[in-house]
Design a protein around this ligand. Structure first.
Ligand code: CVU
Ligand code: MN
Length: 596
């Protein structure tokens, strides 16, 4: 079994497609059978053609065995979906059908209905009727119908409908995929960071996930009892020697560590990386080595490492481990990233997971460290910010979990990008590594040493920064800022970077301003950011995040996504249509978490 096959051996949830129909026989039903089934087939084709699972395989759809004209067929379809691991439900119809008799009543999976916009038979009327039923029964469902009236013989899916079907399916699959998996907390609270108070009720009720906890002493046990694959360790060490260039030691000469200590640190950080991955997903090699229990892992799709301070006060820091796990490549070649949050900031870990599941690309974890106004930049460097940066920039910087894909050394249409692993070439992976140097950790912060990944993201990448914050009395809320990475002249970057810790990776980020609320100025974006961290995903995925948040009933308190791009369950409009942000809060609080 390849590593990827092993990792995803439990398979993926499927999308279930339910063709509903007017149950009246002797004319009506018979005349609609072919058209209705064809709609289901074209939705299945659309989804399988455009969406991929984290292993790169096309998303699978299951179409109900028969069209659904009434409750008996609805129940048969529910049984079929349960047998076939359906985690997302899409009902399609070109005609009037009987709302509550044909609807999918499974409240714990995301539901959508596409009603064909024709006039011969009223699919859009069914859509309205069944969505009223969903609202009345407290099951939020997404409504989809095209803006333009279609001919009844037209089997194409119009662009607006395609967009909504794909947004719904993508977010729905993220919901379905994370359910039943774990967040692995390695250590506990880092330096009083509230996000590293890992809340089991949040993961359980909102995401359907478990929380697993281990003490960081488990790493020491595995070092000392050699609970890792020694052959992989050797392979990893020689790969590191060839591909990971150690950068200059930035520590004052008097406190720099010896060559011998640094060499020892390299061995430790490589072991930490192997061990953290084994803790997350298990490793069949460990069973062969006599460690059957450890071979199983924690079924984790995301983890966090406390690091600071108890660990880092004595052992090398987690930066190499976190950076490599979050990247799309290591000594085993190009492979999907693992999602690991620095400082065990689970609330950042969750948005990293969201970004990853929506895009299949890795994530940059960063401190939202400094707002640099155009005037401050000019005062300090003499440089006048321009282009995307003209209104000011945020310095995203942190030791730890920034993916090396964040260097921007991969390309999409000739421009810097972060891609799903199956699109990354060997050369691009090598370029990301070449653009990264490994700087001996600042020992005033990290007494135990280690190495921090130092790189500078290329400019011009569309990016989305997000973060979940927790408010007592409300619960989780999501904030989103779309923007661009920007490239500064190298001397300007150096001046700004040297004022802080230059051994850490930098992304200069310019959020897109809307002139309203938290997006009036770049200062306002920083001023409204709810915590010290953000997760940065390649691409403008704010709309997808909003759709996903609505499925999970997490209200969005701040975003710069255009109104037309926002797609939420139809019932959200029943909580008010003028102030959509307030309506979102009311809807989320009314329906409550998905797995309550
Ligand atoms: C080294 C420092 O402790 C940093 O790790 C710290 O500034 C943070 O990253 C806080 O989020
Ligand atoms: Mn931090």
């Amino acid at each position: 079994m390849t590593d990827i096959a092993y990792r995803f051996q439990n398979g993926f949830p499927k999308i279930g497609i339910r063709p509903t129909i007017d149950g009246r026989r002797k004319g009506v039903r018979e005349s609609l059978e072919v058209q209705t089934m064809n709609m289901a087939r074209s939705v299945a084709n659309l989804i399988s053609e455009h969406l991929r699972y984290p292993n790169g395989e096309p998303v699978e759809c299951v179409i109900a065995e028969s069209t659904i004209g009434g409750v008996a067929e609805a129940a048969a379809c529910a049984d079929q979906f349960a047998r076939e691991n359906v985690g997302v439900s899409i009902t399609v119809t070109p005609c009037w059908c009987y709302g509550t008799e044909t609807m999918d009543m499974n409240a714990s999976i995301p539901n959508a209905v596409w009603g064909f916009n024709g006039t011969e038979r009223p699919g859009a009327v069914y859509l309205a009727a069944v969505l009223a039923g969903y609202a009345q029964k407290g099951i939020p469902a997404f409504g989809i119908y095209g803006e333009e009236v279609q001919e009844s013989t037209d089997t194409t899916i119009p662009d607006d409908v395609r967009g909504k079907l794909l947004s719904f399916a993508k977010a729905g699959l993220a919901v379905a995929y994370m359910r039943g998996k774990s967040y692995l907390s390695m250590g506990s609270v880092s330096m009083g960071i509230a996000g590293s108070i890992v809340s089991d009720s949040f993961f359980q009720e909102y995401l359907g996930m478990r929380t697993e906890y281990i003490d960081m002493s488990e790493f020491v046990r595995r070092f000392e009892e050699q609970i890792y694959d020694p052959a992989e360790f050797e392979k990893a060490m020689s790969w590191v020697k060839e591909n990971c260039v150690e950068g200059p030691d930035n520590n004052p000469a008097a406190i720099q560590t010896s060559r011998e200590k640094k060499d020892q640190d390299w061995e430790t950080v490589v072991k930490m990386t192997i061990i953290a991955r084994d803790l997350m997903i298990g490793n069949p090699r460990l069973a062969e080595l006599g460690f059957g229990e450890e071979a199983m892992g924690h079924n984790a799709v995301v983890s966090g490492f406390q690091g600071q301070r108890q660990w880092t006060d004595h052992f090398p820091n987690g930066d190499f481990m976190e950076a490599i796990l979050n990247s799309s490549f290591d000594w085993n070649g190009i492979r999907p990233p693992f999602i690991v949050a620095t400082e065990n900031d689970s609330l950042n870990g969750v948005v990293m997971l969201f970004g990853y599941l929506l895009t299949n690309t890795p994530q940059i974890f960063a401190d939202v460290r400094t707002y640099w106004s155009p005037a401050s930049v000019e005062r300090v460097t003499g440089h006048k910010l321009e282009g995307h940066a003209a209104n000011g920039i945020l310095h995203l910087l942190n030791s730890g979990s920034a993916t090396l894909d964040g260097t921007g050394e991969q390309q999409l249409d000739g421009k810097p990008a972060m891609k799903p692993f199956w699109d990354i070439t060997e050369q691009e992976a090598a370029d990301c590594l070449a653009a990264t140097s490994w700087r001996p950790a600042g020992v005033e912060y990290f007494r135990g040493g280690g190495f921090s990944s130092d790189f500078l993201s290329r400019g011009g990448m569309p990016m989305t920064m997000s973060r979940i914050n927790f408010v007592k009395g409300v619960g989780p809320v999501l904030q989103i800022a779309e923007g661009y990475s920007v490239e500064l002249p190298s001397d300007v970057h150096a001046k700004l970077d040297n004022r802080t810790d230059p051994t850490w990776p930098t992304t200069w980020f310019a959020p897109i301003l809307t002139g309203k609320g938290a997006f009036t100025t770049v200062y306002d974006v920083m001023d409204n950011w709810g915590a010290n961290h953000g997760s940065i995903s390649f691409g403008h995925i704010g709309a997808e995040l909003i759709t996903l948040a609505s499925m999970l009933r997490i209200p969005v308190n701040m975003h710069n996504v255009s109104e037309e791009a926002i797609f939420r369950p139809r019932a959200w409009g029943l909580f008010g249509t003028n102030d959509k942000e307030a309506a979102d809060y009311r809807a989320c609080s009314n329906f409550g978490p998905l797995y309550k």
